[in-house]
Design a binder for this molecule. Structure first.
Ligand code: IMP
Length: 429
């Protein structure tokens, strides 16, 4: 496969844009795939040879033997989940342990993180974020707070780590018992379990920043894999209903250590419609039968939590904002085949609040909550397009849809996915 420069794949909405398929597809054109944000809140799906593989932490390039997979310093790693994932997939991913690196700078997720999150979400009741309950937020909070954080590199010093775990559990238990009236954790049991994980993970730990900088200087091609999506970005997303990491392209620099100027091409991924999981405003949401139809047709249930995803029309107003924010060079549209089953077709091209059009995507969640989508009807199609491999093989209405979308976003559509398999892809010149 023809090699290309350093590429970044980023979701332009609220995650679940089928980025895993695109990363797997483009991985053989690169030497390295690096995940730069999030943790096992992500669910990346890769399908080939009639099988489907679900990934949460290992970069989606794992099935290509020529590719080195790097979990960057911006990721939060649950060592238990990582080891399970390696064990589950190494049969199909030759020599995976030899070509998987975990950044010594990556922060780690421990049982006190998921416990704290479960208690907090329960305590919030209606005001909850609707997180994946994987301990992601508390792990990033500890990273920012520094005192109780544990980086993967600390697994290389088990004696130090054992003492640190004892100290941390002691402090965290104060909150569990005194604030929430819940039983605390048993530090010794936690350590025994995690010391074993640490031993198994140790051979994978490396200074991946040094590794990636050297690789970039030598001209090896790097594919940057973003998790979640721009509208879930901690700084630029629909705060507070976001994740706790930099889920836009902006996270690639801190999350990998490779300067942004080394990235040659940024591809923004969107589905042909829009979905969201968890709480938070979603202006194009379809609450009735049409939304249900999209959910069933597109199998819109969370890869990580199994939760039904909220479904709605493609929101090109929000995507235009994300595309600009990330500086994307091209758009990837996935799941275009799903639209073929719908009796009508609309896209959102703007928002109105109190009858007045907005010029910019709202920075205030209260405004986003009030925003009404400006919808444009497009001609639907009913043909099965899952076998199309060229743009011209698509029905006229499907081609018109793609063209209208790229016009509304202001960025050309470069790749179209018409099914989950690697083969079900259309590249546009
Ligand atoms: P957290 O990342 O578990 O803290 O969850 C925060 C918000 O991000 C919730 O609305 C989650 O549903 C959402 N979220 C986190 N990861 C993903 C993902 O990979 N896809 C879609 N939504 C996600």
């Amino acid at each position: 496969m023809k090699k290309q420069g350093n590429t970044l794949i980023v979701g332009l909405t609220w995650g679940d844009e089928a980025k895993g398929k695109i990363v797997d597809l483009l991985a053989p054109r690169h030497d390295i795939v690096v995940r730069y944000n999030g943790g096992n809140n992500a669910g990346h799906t890769v399908a080939f040879g009639g099988e489907t593989y679900k990934l949460h932490l290992v970069p989606s390039g794992l099935f290509h033997e020529s590719v080195t997979c790097v979990i960057g310093g911006g990721v939060v790693v649950d060592p238990k989940v990582l080891l399970e994932e390696i064990a589950r997939h190494e049969g199909k991913a030759p020599r995976l342990r030899e070509r998987l690196l975990v950044s010594s700078r990556a922060h780690t997720i421990w049982p006190w993180h998921s416990k704290a999150e479960a208690l907090s979400e329960k305590h919030q009741g209606k005001g909850k974020i609707g997180t994946t309950l994987r301990g992601i937020g508390p792990a990033y909070a500890d990273k920012a707070n520094r005192i109780h954080a544990i980086r993967a590199g600390e697994f290389l010093r088990p004696d130090h780590l054992r003492r640190k775990v004892e100290r941390i559990v002691e402090t965290k238990n104060q909150t569990f018992t005194r604030v929430f009236g819940e039983p605390g954790l048993d530090a010794r049991a936690v350590w025994e379990e995690y010391a074993a994980y640490g031993e198994a993970v140790r051979p994978l730990i490396a200074d991946t920043t040094a590794y990636l900088l050297r690789a970039a200087a030598e001209g090896r091609r790097i594919l940057f894999e973003g998790a979640q999506g721009t509208l879930l970005d901690i700084d630029h997303g629909t705060y507070p209903y976001v994740t706790s990491s930099s889920a836009s392209a902006a996270g690639a620099w801190p999350g990998s250590g490779v300067p942004a100027r080394a990235i040659h091409e940024i591809l923004g991924v969107v589905k042909a419609y829009t979905t969201r999981v968890g709480e938070g405003p979603f202006p194009t949401e379809l609450k009735g039968a049409l939304g249900d139809q999209i959910r069933e047709q597109g199998h819109e249930y969370g890869t990580t939590t199994g939760r039904p995803r909220r479904c709605g029309w493609l929101d090109t107003f929000a995507i235009r904002y994300s595309a600009r924010l990330n500086g994307v060079d091209g758009i990837v549209i996935t799941l275009l085949d799903v639209l073929g089953s719908l009796p009508e077709l609309k896209i959102c091209t703007g928002y109105g609040v109190d009858g007045r059009p907005l010029t910019d995507f709202p920075d205030d969640p209260a405004v986003l909550e009030q925003a009404r989508p400006v919808l444009e009807s497009l001609e639907p199609w009913s043909e099965d397009i899952s076998g199309a491999r060229q743009f011209k093989a698509l029905p006229r209405a499907a081609r018109a849809y793609v063209k209208r979308v790229e016009e509304a976003i202001g960025v050309p559509v470069r790749i179209i996915s018409v099914g989950p398999d690697r083969e079900q892809t259309i590249f546009r010149p």
